[in-house]
Design a protein around this ligand. Structure first.
Ligand code: ADP
Ligand code: MG
Length: 285
């Protein structure tokens, strides 16, 4: 709504920047972000001067090896960690604390409240945040549960559900809040391969239906290509940006096996070869 006033004079440059926020900038702007953990004996630098921009409707993937700071970055976007250097802005506003405009989905199957039913779990943030109450919250939850194909399990308790179903509930709970950004931290990593693929497909179908913005963390190259529209490659510890690239168009990813293999190999080389870094530096100089 706030964008309409400033929309007229903005020239579209590749992307439609006008729809993203009051400043016509990215929805999420991560600028020079260094994140550290201070333990009693150590100072752990998890990410070093990370830059990226996420635009509305992006399926933005953070890809990198275990320990490169993906979860830490996601937590910082969520407002649970403050950068020691740099800044994270959402719609132009500096992120300083968690908020219902950023909903998280984690890898763990135990992120649901075990004593609450599926419907109660999905309603919980709606009610707790004051967004909706009573029948309105129940209706919203019911719609979200239907979207993830769990309508007949609305009154079930989490322990009666499979891992995939629990993750669907977590996704429904986050989506019901209609956040500006969905933050997903390896949400399918603990699922068996077949279920994982099915969940990836379902997430993409959900995106087709609603066009949400998601920052999706994974250490799987095929998952990054399949789920992402854009992929940020992070180096091992401490996480630094190695490259950012577009994924394959959705239908191409399914049909173009050689193209898929080529992109996988390119990403692999970018992630694991230092020579590439030198090459990038040479380009800049
Ligand atoms: P990833 O999600 O990419 O596997 P993490 O963000 O979890 O990586 O961790 C990045 C680095 O920060 C790792 O070296 C990890 O050991 C360290 N780290 C993560 N959480 C903490 C913590 N609570 N205290 C100290 N160090 C941590
Ligand atoms: Mg992690």
């Amino acid at each position: 709504m706030m964008t309409t006033a400033s929309r007229g004079g903005v020239a579209a440059q590749g992307r439609d920047r006008a729809v993203n926020g009051p400043l016509n900038g990215p929805l999420l702007d991560v600028r020079g972000v260094t994140l550290q953990y201070k333990t009693r004996d150590h100072l752990v630098t998890a990410t070093y001067r990370v830059d990226f921009e996420v635009f509305r409707g992006d399926r933005f993937v953070l890809l990198g090896p275990s320990g490169c700071g993906k979860s830490t970055l996601l937590k910082a976007i969520g407002g649970y960690l403050t950068p020691v250097e740099g800044e994270i802005r959402l719609k132009g506003e500096t992120v300083t604390k968690p908020g219902p405009d950023r909903m998280m989905v984690f890898q763990e199957f135990d992120q649901l409240l075990p004593w609450k039913t599926v419907a109660e779990n999905v309603m919980f943030p709606l009610v707790a945040s004051g967004r909706l109450a009573g029948a309105a919250a129940r209706d919203k939850a019911r719609d979200a549960i239907a979207m993830v194909n769990l309508a007949s399990f609305a009154d079930s308790l989490p322990h009666t559900l499979s891992g995939g179903m629990k993750q669907r509930v977590a996704i429904a709970r986050a989506m019901a809040m209609e956040p500006d950004i969905l933050l997903m931290d390896e949400p399918f990593a603990a699922l068996d391969a077949l279920t994982r693929r099915k969940m990836q497909d379902e997430l993409l179908q959900l995106w087709d239906a609603t066009g949400f913005t998601v920052v999706f963390v994974t250490h799987s190259i095929p998952e990054a290509i399949k789920v992402g529209s854009r992929v940020l490659l992070l180096s091992p510890h401490p996480g630094q940006v190695k490259a950012e690239l577009n994924s394959l168009p959705r239908d191409a990813a399914a049909a173009d096996a050689p193209g898929l293999l080529k992109l996988e190999q390119k990403i692999h080389a970018l992630l694991f070869s230092d020579a590439v870094e030198a090459e990038e530096v040479a380009h800049v100089v």
